[in-house]
Design a protein around this ligand. Structure first.
Ligand code: PLP
Length: 279
């Protein structure tokens, strides 16, 4: 397929990445994953705003401007005739001899590609199992950086233990999962970790909270414990690719009756409707 690399659209075989790109040497960069529904970027505005904040957090310049990036992503979707899938965009601090200090002359390098992906209907319908793990990440989880080792290790451990995902916690406070945000429902109230430095401020999280408010479902953004997760009536993850996916068991214990709950179902329906509306 066609990639956008260093300001040009070119076939993936022609992308030549420098061994001295700081993305490789230091993980010195940021990224976004956009969902494309019906050929259009879903919640583009929110993703670009988060990208801007991530860049600011890493003191990384965006010489294209958000408008330039936005135009490039739309053109990439068009060139690949992508209808249902994702766009991956990453920006590194550029190419320079290896040295921790920011390079003086280097320009940031952007890479973007698309992928055809269907909605994860089976997981959304049946729910997934999760394990819990200590959240060992740094304290700027609100920046979407290329440094994903802790997330990679968590997801791998989940798989090796027969689970679909890992829910992370700091001293028994649930933060988020390896690649999505976590919400629980107790006595009709939706609860999710506050959008501070300990979690990624998920676009899908924000959409879900908005849908909950519109549906007059009470929602609280506050820390909650592992015990509250185990004892929840319902639990689910939110994310660009997983949308709203129920968690039906955690560490081998059933959540509620072990099936996706009614409030989760309601929000899933609202979410599907929201996708339709944006198109
Ligand atoms: N948390 C982490 C660690 C993630 O990697 C992601 C990415 O999908 C999310 C949460 C969910 O964010 P979003 O809904 O913007 O995709």
């Amino acid at each position: 397929s066609i990639c956008w690399y260093d300001n040009a659209f070119l076939p993936e075989e022609e992308v030549r990445i420098s061994p001295y790109d700081r993305g490789y040497n230091f993980g010195d960069g940021i990224y976004e994953v956009f969902r494309v529904y019906g050929g259009r970027l879903f919640e583009a505005e929110a993703h670009f705003e988060r990208l801007r904040l991530s860049a600011e957090g890493l003191k990384l310049a965006l010489p294209w401007g958000i408008e330039g990036l936005r135009a490039a992503m739309s053109e990439l979707v068009e060139r690949n005739a992508l209808s249902e899938g994702t766009v991956y965009l990453q920006i590194t601090r550029g190419v320079a001899p290896r040295n921790h200090l920011f390079p003086a002359g280097a320009a940031p390098v952007a890479l973007a590609y698309t992928r055809e992906v269907a909605r994860p209907v089976q997981a959304m319908d049946q729910g997934i199992s999760a394990i819990t793990l200590e959240d060992i990440r740094w304290l700027h989880c609100n920046y979407k950086t290329l440094n994903l080792l802790a997330n990679v290790l968590a997801k791998q451990e989940a798989a090796e233990r027969g689970a679909a995902d890992a829910v992370l916690h700091r001293n028994s406070t649930v933060t988020e999962s390896s690649a999505s945000n976590v919400m629980i429902v107790k006595d009709g109230v939706l609860v999710t970790h506050p959008a501070n430095n300990l979690i990624l401020h998920g676009v899908t999280r924000a959409v879900t909270l908005r849908l909950a408010r519109a549906a007059e479902i009470p929602a609280e953004e506050r820390p909650f414990s592992l015990d509250e997760l185990y004892g929840a009536d319902e639990a689910f993850v939110t994310g660009t690719t997983v949308e709203i996916t129920p968690i039906v068991s955690v560490d081998g214990r059933k959540i509620g009756d072990g099936r996706p709950g009614p409030l989760t179902r309601r929000l899933q329906r609202e979410f599907s409707a929201a996708i339709g509306l944006e198109q």
